[in-house]
Write a protein that binds this ligand. Structure first.
Ligand code: DON
Length: 307
């Protein structure tokens, strides 16, 4: 095993000095206020050893990274029926795009686009009240990470509720095609709240362990998902986890990864490690600039690319 303690320390030092840090998201007002100088990294090895550096214990808004956990729960609720309502192809368009929905009958290309994750939230809502579905998500990630300190940042959820006009449009547009079964505002209540989960890199890397470990939660030994489902979720992260930047991420990093506009990325080296990085500045595709660079350097030094 490479000297991971030295590697994470080196990467954090390199990222602290990086001149080009990208720009924090501004369309969700509280995210624009986060200091772009922040950088954190945490790696959990298969045996549970954690290596962390930089701001690895500072909570940040995980945003779209939550779509991985939401998909996992929704697959648990309805199984492969989910794929009747959401596709499994990369879109080549932006995370919040509406264009493909018109010609594709309101079926989003994949569960990581905003439209796809809104359908997933509709499934999570099921017969519940929004607050029950939100509570279930929170319990799920706390359980995965083995950490009850994880919380939902209500100010971020509220800001999205007030400014998320594109998401409101996406939800209503899909409802017109019959692909949303509940009123848009109830579904979006679930969606905005899971996007507003606040987690540190350490908590996020711990929560992602089941994806490295064939679907098992190493704390309990219990199965979160089957090994086959874990492989499939990883495949979707690799092909769709960075939206129209997914090809570039696979080219540079070569790991399944899911980004969020809060600047976090969860990456999985199957069988080897669960990795979380965070830096709020984004590149032009809305993915963390330094988070991607840090993962590229990590893979370069460890040889962990899946290819
Ligand atoms: O719906 C939104 O726009 C945000 N809650 C999540 C978007 C996001 O994280 C895209 N990822 N890079």
């Amino acid at each position: 095993m490479p000297d991971l303690a030295a590697i994470v320390a080196d990467i954090a030092a390199e990222m602290a000095a990086a001149p080009d840090r990208g720009t924090p998201a501004s369309y969700i007002p509280p995210l624009a206020a986060v200091d772009p100088a922040r950088f954190g990294i945490a790696i959990v090895e298969a045996d549970g050893t954690v290596h962390a550096a930089g701001d690895a214990d500072m909570p940040f808004s995980i945003q779209s990274v939550s779509k991985v956990f939401a998909l996992t729960l929704a697959l648990g609720a309805v199984g492969d029926q989910l794929w009747k309502r959401v596709g499994r192809e990369p879109s080549g368009s932006a995370f919040n795009s509406i264009v493909q929905l018109e010609t594709e009958h309101g079926i989003p290309r994949n569960p990581f686009l905003n439209a796809g994750a809104i359908v997933v939230s509709d499934i999570l809502l099921g017969r519940h009240e929004p607050r029950e579905a939100i509570g279930e998500m929170l319990r799920f990630v706390r359980n995965l990470a083995g950490d009850d300190g994880i919380f939902i940042d209500e100010a971020v959820a509220r800001a999205e509720q007030e400014t998320g006009f594109r998401n409101i449009a996406l939800a209503n547009y899909m409802r017109a095609f019959g692909n949303l079964h509940h009123p848009a505002e109830r579904v979006l209540g679930v969606y905005f709240h899971h996007c507003a989960l606040a987690m540190s890199c350490r908590q996020l890397a711990l929560a992602g362990r089941y994806l490295m470990a064939g679907g098992r939660n190493p704390d309990t030994g219990g199965s979160v998902v089957s090994a086959r489902r874990a492989r499939r979720i990883n495949a979707l992260m690799l092909t769709c986890g960075h939206y129209d930047g997914s090809g570039e991420f696979a080219f540079r990093v070569g790991l399944p990864g899911k980004s969020g506009v809060g600047g976090g990325i969860l990456a999985v080296a199957p069988g080897i490690a669960s990795i979380a990085v965070w830096s709020p500045g984004l590149n032009e595709r809305g993915n963390s600039q330094l988070g991607t660079l840090a993962l590229e350097r990590l893979v370069h030094r460890t040889g962990w690319s899946v290819f």
